[in-house]
Design a protein. Structure first.
Ligand SMILES: Nc1ncnc2c1ncn2[C@@H]1O[C@H](COP(=O)(O)OP(=O)(O)OP(=O)(O)O)[C@@H](O)[C@H]1O
Length: 262
């Protein structure tokens, strides 16, 4: 039977950093199997939203439900839930003194008691899924930026999480590597039956793989709809963001604006 409950449900969410409110009044439902692009100018709070989804940041108000239940507050229960959430962080986070295969094996060694041959086989499968089986014994310094990102992706997938969160997956990549990563994200989402939330300011690279797009600006969700509806929007704020105009309803420096408001 198809599970129709949203994999992520945010209701009346407010997120603060210190005494500053970064996001407020966030309501969102992410259907299972979808690819959602979370877009917005630098400093608008995209990564802050991801921190709430992983439980790293507690809401100042409202609720965060992931995989059909509120995120637990207790450390141990939260760690358990986080095994179901794969996260690809901006900096890859690969350990430089471990090979690609050893990096991918880390979550399996930390969170399972599987015997070594099984771990080796699973690692091989994950590296194969990102097209890098041949790179298993290479160290991060021997990998291109795009290859390192794919190894980090294989590691994020190690525990077979149903939900994947991507924080700026294209940062530092050239256009060809960016295309490879984006199509890989879409392909894995479909073939492994995942749900993916991609935080990015790379609008033109991200929209083609997304079923749904959100734009965050001025502390709230300024747009929610299909990529086609987004492209067709005549809202001045959305147009300013899509067309990269410096002047308009989004202040040039959103961080400075938030500081002034504090
Ligand atoms: N740990 C933190 N402590 C205090 N303030 C923070 C922290 N992390 C982020 N902020 C502030 O919260 C605001 C939103 O930051 P966030 O990183 O969520 O934005 P973003 O949209 O992801 O930006 P970017 O696209 O540049 O990564 C910024 O003004 C930032 O300075």
């Amino acid at each position: 039977m198809i599970d129709a409950t949203p994999i992520v449900r945010l209701s009346g969410l407010r997120l603060d950093r210190g005494s500053r409110t970064i996001l407020d009044g966030i309501d969102l439902e992410v259907p299972r199997g979808s690819v959602v692009a979370v877009l917005g100018p630098s400093g608008c709070g995209k990564s802050t939203l991801l921190s709430a989804l992983t439980g790293e940041l507690e809401p100042a108000a409202g609720s965060v439900e992931v995989l059909g239940a509120p995120l637990p507050r207790g450390k141990r229960a939260l760690l358990e839930r986080r095994k179901s959430i794969g996260v690809l962080l901006q900096g890859n986070g690969l350990l430089t003194d471990l090979t690609a295969a050893e990096n991918v094996a880390l979550p399996l060694r930390a969170h399972t008691r599987l015997p070594d041959p099984v771990i080796r086989r699973l690692v091989e499968m994950k590296l194969h899924a990102v097209g890098l089986r041949a790179a298993a014994d290479l160290y991060p310094r021997e990998l291109s930026g795009g290859m390192a990102r794919r190894v980090a992706l294989a590691r994020a997938l190690a525990l077979d999480p149903p939900l994947m969160l991507y924080d700026e997956p294209l940062t530092g990549l050239d256009p060809i590597a960016s295309g490879v990563i984006m199509s890989l994200i879409a392909r894995l989402n479909a073939s492994l039956g995942l749900t993916s939330i991609i935080v990015s300011h790379h609008v033109h690279e991200t929209l083609p793989v997304a079923d749904r797009a959100l734009v965050i600006a001025n502390g709230r969700i300024a747009f929610s709809g299909t990529p086609q509806q987004l492209q067709a929007s005549d809202d001045p704020l959305i147009r300013q963001f899509l067309d990269g105009e410096p002047d308009g309803p989004i202040p040039f420096d959103t961080a400075a604006r938030a500081m002034e408001a504090a």
